[in-house]
Design a protein around this ligand. Structure first.
Ligand code: PHB
Length: 357
């Protein structure tokens, strides 16, 4: 199938028209201020990138329990709302659009990051391979505590509270992070979910928590302001599923039932070239805009939009080092390469000091 569109064409997403299909992907940068409150420096960073068709913020904790890294922002305190308001004002001043990504890390945390030094929580008490990033450096992941069924309602309430606060802070909408081995993804995939209640076992059961979260958030802010991100075969954070195609075909059909603003799919595996699933099966089950991510360059993204394989593409690392990425794509200008040593944490260096053309 071919379409009339290319990457520079506007697109209707939920309640909005984005001016182009070049989206800034969520990027953890570990530069929030005291209390995990966004700062003026964060506002400048996002404002510089307001030429994107839409910005999706870095993953943002819905609650103190949702924290898994140093200096990542939250959206559960009034101070955080005020900090994010500076960000959305700065982006809107440049006519940009910005959604906030709602995050609970689940087991990808460490007691030193958790309230009262408690164990991180997860669907099942399965310790992920690898190490947590803590204020004291890298520390081995611990075996998480399996959530009791009666705790899930309060986690859903935390998503709702965070979504409300995001709207107060001036965002156009929210993206529910159900990808990359964090809490909702831990429920979806059977490598991390071995529960024996109605939240584990069958695909229907494993996607129950995501369904309840999406339903509750849509009920409060409206389905047209809600996007969802999934990563069907990403092994990042020690994730796997015994039948990923089937699981995520079903997840997509379930999400489609809510008619959300968009579906954001990390295709393949972040850490390798592996890309074994058939993403056409996923796209065909979703009637709204399909946003693809992972390993796209301009040529491949533009071709994929022209072929009708995807509707939008999100770019991560390219937006770090090219704040005016849309202009550079348009003019065929050279792209700057990012300095990996300043991706996570630090100050303006490698954050707000990448020049525009
Ligand atoms: C990260 O901190 O490396 C990170 C955070 C959120 C993601 C993926 C990676 O979805």
């Amino acid at each position: 199938m071919t379409t009339q569109h290319d990457l520079f064409d506007p697109i209707e997403v939920g309640d909005y028209t984005f001016p182009n299909r070049i989206i800034m992907a969520p990027l953890t940068r570990n530069r929030a201020g005291e209390g995990n409150v966004p700062t003026g420096m964060n506002a400048s960073y996002y404002q510089q990138r307001a030429g994107a068709g839409m910005i999706i913020t870095e993953a943002t904790q819905i609650s103190p329990q949702g924290v898994g890294y140093p200096a990542t922002p939250g959206i559960h305190s009034d101070e955080q709302v005020a900090g994010w308001k500076r960000v959305t004002d700065a982006v809107h001043e440049k006519n940009g659009h910005i959604f906030l990504q709602l995050w609970h890390v689940g087991r990808i945390s460490h007691p030193s990051l958790q309230p009262d030094g408690q164990l991180p929580v997860a669907p099942s008490a399965i310790k992920p391979e690898g190490e947590a990033f803590t204020y004291e450096g890298l520390q081995e992941f611990v075996e998480p505590r399996a959530l009791e069924k009666d705790e899930l309602a309060s986690i859903i309430a935390d998503y709702v509270n965070a979504a409300r606060k995001a709207m107060q802070a001036g965002f156009e909408g929210v993206e529910i992070h159900a990808a990359n081995g964090y809490l909702l993804d831990q429920f979806l995939r059977d490598g991390s979910n071995q529960r024996e209640d109605e939240y584990g076992g069958s695909v229907e059961n494993r996607m129950r928590l995501l369904r309840e979260v999406v339903e509750a958030v849509c009920a409060v802010i409206g389905n047209r302001k809600v996007g969802v991100r999934i990563s069907p075969e990403n092994s990042f954070n020690d994730m796997h599923d015994s039948d990923a195609q089937n699981t995520f075909n079903a997840v997509t059909e379930m999400l489609n039932g809510f008619n959300p603003a968009y579906l954001h799919v990390l295709e393949g595996d972040m850490g390798s070239d592996k890309r074994e699933l058939d993403y056409a099966q996923i796209k065909s089950r979703f009637s709204g805009p399909y946003m693809a991510n992972c390993g796209y360059d301009f040529e491949r993204a533009d071709q994929a939009v022209k072929n009708g394989e995807v509707d939008m593409v999100s770019f991560g690392t390219l937006f770090i080092s090219n704040p005016d990425l849309v202009e550079r794509f348009k003019t065929g200008a050279e792209l700057a390469t990012g300095d990996k040593s300043t991706f996570y944490g630090g100050d303006e260096k490698g954050y707000t000091d990448y020049p525009t053309l």
